[in-house]
Structure formats: structure tokens, C-alpha cells
Design a protein around this ligand. Structure first.
Ligand code: MG
Length: 247
């Protein structure tokens, strides 16, 4: 006797907004991805931007030459005065993972303590700061969308400890000079949600309101030299596409 393997249904209604029936037997299954052995480690389909070995794939923003930050013991460290660095690789919608540690020797206060930044598409900053017992303005706190939105909570670990950002980034859409859709981000700081589908009001600015500047649908990841020797490690992203796009 042959066992008929029938998975799903073809006598069901179409799901609104799709071309698929409810439980459609022909709808493609999600592709398999092997998670990293710890959740912070890159899964099988991640693009690793920094694996702790060297700064290949990174450039100085100012000179477009070699990135001059220090690499040792599996992390990179800001060398104050050498400027921001950025990836040669450019991307748009993504899931991004970044780990950072602010200096264990606490120096300075407010925005002068453990300041750096993670700039999506080279333009939109998620603040890096030591906000462990360090008052500052709210929209400049650790994990703030700088100058726009404070994080929902302060999830900082003590200075010197490794911390994580996990970001879901939806890039803005432009048609010519016109903004069609703003960027949105969801951010977890040390596993705690600090932004949930947060809308950005423009590129990052200081003491001013942003003005939209149309740009390409992809951009580099940029890390900030704000004169503090902040460390980074284990940086990776996964491109985000709608399932139907990738079928
Ligand atoms: Mg900063």
C-alpha cells in the first residue's frame, strides 16, 4: 500500500494580500539557517563584518584609506584621533549584531564617557555610551537613536563588560528626492527591547533637527571615534528580505 504524502491544502481561500491559499501546499518553506552555537554568534547565513582577526573590510571614513583602529585579543578598539571607520560592504534592510565594551577605567562624564556610535547606512546613529551611573541627556543615552529617541530603558552593563546590540533595520525608501518611507528600527540592548519599530525622523544630527538627504538603498556600517577607547567585537548582519522575494 502506497502512503500518499499530502502536506497542506488546495481547497482553501486565498490569504488577503498574498497569492497563497490558507495552508497552501505549494507555498515555499522558509530556508533552513543553522544558528550559532550561542545566540550572539553568527548563524550560517550571516555576513561577518568583524571576526576579531583584522580590519580587512574596513576603511577610514575621512581618508578612505586603511582603518587605523587597534586590533588585539579578538576585538577592535578606537584609537582616538584616527577618526570614524566604515565597512567596505554596503547593505540596507538587515538584522545586525554588534558587541561593544566601554573602557573599564571610567573617565569623563555625560557624553564624554565611553562615547562611540553605530551608524546604520553611515548616517543613522545608535548611540554607544557608558550610561552605567552616568547622567546625560535622554536622547543621547546608550542605545538612543541619537538626538531623536531615548531607549525605553537603560539596559547598561558596568563599564568594561561586553554588551550586545541586536538591531532590525528597515532602510528608508526614496523616489528621487522624495522620501517614500522613513527608516524603522527595533533594537535589543543586552537582550532587552529598547526600541520597538521606532521611526526615525532623519539622519543623525547634533543640536539641530535632521533634514532628509536622499541616498542609495544600501550603505556601510560606520563606527564612531568620539575620542574614547571603546572596543567592538563580533559584528555581523543578515540581509532581510521578504520571504516571497527570496523564493
Ligand atoms: Mg556617539
Amino acid at each position: 500500500m502506497t502512503e500518499q504524502l499530502t502536506i497542506g491544502y488546495d481547497d482553501t481561500p486565498i490569504i488577503p494580500g498574498t497569492t497563497w491559499k490558507v495552508h497552501d501546499s505549494t507555498r515555499p518553506m522558509p530556508s533552513a539557517v543553522a544558528p550559532g552555537s550561542e545566540n550572539r554568534l553568527p548563524p550560517s547565513d550571516a555576513v561577518v563584518l568583524f571576526d576579531g582577526a583584522d580590519l580587512s573590510g574596513w576603511l577610514s571614513v575621512e581618508s578612505a584609506g586603511a582603518a587605523l583602529w587597534k586590533v588585539e585579543n579578538g576585538y577592535m578598539e578606537v584609537v582616538p584621533g584616527t577618526g570614524d571607520i566604515r565597512t567596505t560592504r554596503e547593505f540596507g534592510d538587515c538584522q545586525l549584531h554588534v558587541e561593544f565594551a566601554t573602557p573599564s577605567a571610567v573617565v569623563g562624564s555625560s557624553q564624554g564617557r565611553g562615547n562611540s556610535g553605530v551608524f546604520l547606512m553611515g548616517r543613522y546613529e545608535i548611540q554607544v555610551l557608558d550610561c552605567y551611573d552616568n547622567p546625560t541627556y535622554a536622547d543621547g543615552a546608550t542605545a538612543a537613536i541619537y538626538g531623536q529617541s531615548p531607549p525605553l530603558v537603560n539596559a547598561c552593563r558596568p563599564p568594561g563588560e561586553w554588551q550586545t546590540y541586536d538591531v532590525v533595520w528597515i532602510a528608508p525608501r526614496f523616489e528621487g528626492a522624495r522620501l517614500v518611507s522613513p527608516p524603522y528600527c527595533t533594537v535589543f540592548h543586552n537582550g532587552i527591547v529598547v526600541h520597538h519599530h521606532r521611526e526615525l525622523i532623519g539622519p543623525t544630527t547634533h543640536r539641530a533637527l535632521p533634514v532628509w538627504q536622499p541616498h542609495r538603498p544600501v550603505g556601510p556600517l560606520r563606527l564612531q571615534d568620539h575620542t574614547n577607547p571603546v572596543r567592538f567585537r563580533n559584528i555581523w548582519y543578515r540581509e532581510l528580505r521578504q520571504q516571497e522575494d527570496s523564493a
